[in-house]
Design a binder for this molecule. Structure first.
Ligand SMILES: NC(=O)c1ccc[n+]([C@@H]2O[C@H](COP(=O)([O-])OP(=O)(O)OC[C@H]3O[C@@H](n4cnc5c(N)ncnc54)[C@H](O)[C@@H]3O)[C@@H](O)[C@H]2O)c1
Length: 438
């Protein structure tokens, strides 16, 4: 499959509001990003009304970021599996953002079809999609079809079927003139942008190879309550079920895989990997660790590792090795550095993840107001599928091609006829050599 050029630098907007309005349209055009062509670039001045679907940790965080950084904006609707979660989020936002929350009980929607009622609400302009990942592709596609602008958290998809839905949603948004910004906040963090600019300028010579890690000490587990159906239990304890989270490599490590795709300016050709499980709860489908060699075009090998095991040493940075030096890009707030071949520090830059989380919401709203909504779903869908590629290579024990997964694979994890009371198959985890590549 010929991949559109959507992994290059010009997808990044600058972290200054003043510079953004002037530069974003040009930057988006230069990147081949979809921009709204049918609307004049007249600035939209009316109040924009937000809704959130999925009011947990990140949903609350994302709404808080958007309300903090944007003016003339209001939260008007919310959806969650549980109204109590939406209500908790509402109370926190009312406390923090006086005058920016107008969310009556009647606009708190509960249950599996709650997202649909947000999309049917003509008052809503922008929807923040922060459910567990398994729902994301169809929810984003349906939001675009309903004419809404979208902020969609990462990962964009957890399987090839979801990837194809994302590409469809991206194309539809580009044609509709609606925006989709995604939650890969490092694309908007100063030390990432700065490091990749340096690499592009030749500060480490030719890129030779890279390593990237997402090794942390564990993750939450939400035990089953006696009254819960299989479906409710799995949706609530979503991290541990692959149809909902994609496993750690997709749910969490997609950030670093996205960084490497950005550095390389391409998707990898193939992946070969391994891993296993030692400490997960008995019914968790997750593995504890995955290691993958990704082969990028030009035979450049990226060594990837992720792990979630308590009492182990963490590392979530990336190192890009070049012919004349190396660049270290540190996650969270740990900055970026470039060293020459003697190990001397030749460049460094700091960056704040909190600023990056806000910047993505500023960029979405500014681009809508400028009449050129950013559409970047395909870029993050690519990175999400690269994470899926690593998982599938490790689960099956086979070397797997990106194009196979993108075009031919029949993996489609979302349960058919999902309902609140549904019985679901017994959880199972992959065993290399037995788990088949389909
Ligand atoms: N960009 C980042 O750094 C970052 C950080 C944390 C989480 N995330 C992403 O944000 C998403 C949410 O993560 P979280 O930590 O907030 O999880 P969470 O469990 O705290 O919240 C998820 C919420 O969505 C609700 N929900 C689930 N399915 C739903 C559905 N079908 N319809 C409506 N509501 C539904 C749940 O009830 C819950 O309130 C995930 O995709 C995660 O990967 C991104």
């Amino acid at each position: 499959m010929t991949q559109p050029d959507r992994t290059d630098d010009a997808t990044i907007s600058q972290p200054s509001r003043r510079s953004f309005l002037g530069s974003s349209a040009a930057a988006s055009m230069a990147a081949g990003l979809a921009v709204h062509s049918s609307v004049e670039a007249a600035e939209e001045t009316r109040e924009l009304r937000l809704a959130v679907v999925g009011c947990g940790g990140r949903g609350s965080g994302a709404i808080n970021d958007s309300l903090s950084i944007n003016d003339n904006i209001k939260l008007v609707a919310a959806a969650d599996l549980y109204a109590t979660k939406a209500d908790q989020m509402r109370r926190a936002m009312q406390g923090a953002h006086e005058g920016k929350v107008e969310l009556p009980d009647a606009k708190i929607y509960e249950g599996l079809d709650a997202y649909r009622r947000v999309l049917d609400d003509p008052e809503v302009d922008v929807v923040i999609m922060t459910t567990s990942p398994g729902f994301r592709p169809a929810y984003v596609r349906d939001a675009v079809a309903a004419g809404k602008h979208v902020f969609a958290e990462k990962p964009s998809c957890v399987d090839p079927a979801g990837y194809r839905i994302c590409l469809e949603a991206h194309a539809m948004a580009a044609a509709n003139g609606t925006g989709i910004v995604t939650g890969t906040q490092y694309r908007r963090q100063t030390n990432y942008i700065g490091a990749i600019e340096q690499i592009r300028k030749g500060a480490i010579g030719e890129i030779v190879s890279a390593t990237t890690r997402y090794c942390s000490s564990g993750i939450w587990y939400r035990p089953r309550q006696p009254e819960m159906s299989d479906a409710e239990y799995q949706m609530n304890n979503w991290m541990h079920f692959i149809w909902l989270s994609g496993d750690q490599i997709v749910e969490q490590a997609v950030h670093n895989i996205d960084t490497i795709n950005w550095v390389m300016g391409a998707n990898p050709v193939s992946a070969y990997g391994s891993g296993g499980r030692f400490t997960r709860p008995a019914d968790s489908e997750m593995w504890d660790n995955v290691v993958v060699d990704y082969e990028y075009p030009g035979n450049k090998i990226v060594s990837f590792m992720c792990r979630q095991i308590p009492d182990t040493t963490g590392d979530n940075g990336s190192v890009i090795y070049g012919s004349t030096g190396r660049c270290e890009i540190g996650a969270i707030n740990s900055g970026s550095r470039i060293y020459d071949m003697k190990g001397e520090l030749v460049w460094e830059m700091g960056g704040s993840i909190a600023d990056a989380y806000k910047q993505e919401h500023r960029d979405l709203i500014d681009s809508i107001r400028a009449g050129n909504p950013i559409v970047e779903l395909a870029q993050t869908a690519d990175s999400s599928l690269v994470a899926v590629l690593g998982r599938v290579a490790a689960y099956t024990g086979q070397k797997v091609a990106f194009d196979y997964l993108a075009e031919k694979s029949e993996i489609d994890l979302f349960p058919k006829n999902l309902s609140w009371d549904a019985d679901l198959p017994e959880p199972q985890f992959a065993i290399p050599g037995k788990t088949k590549l389909v």
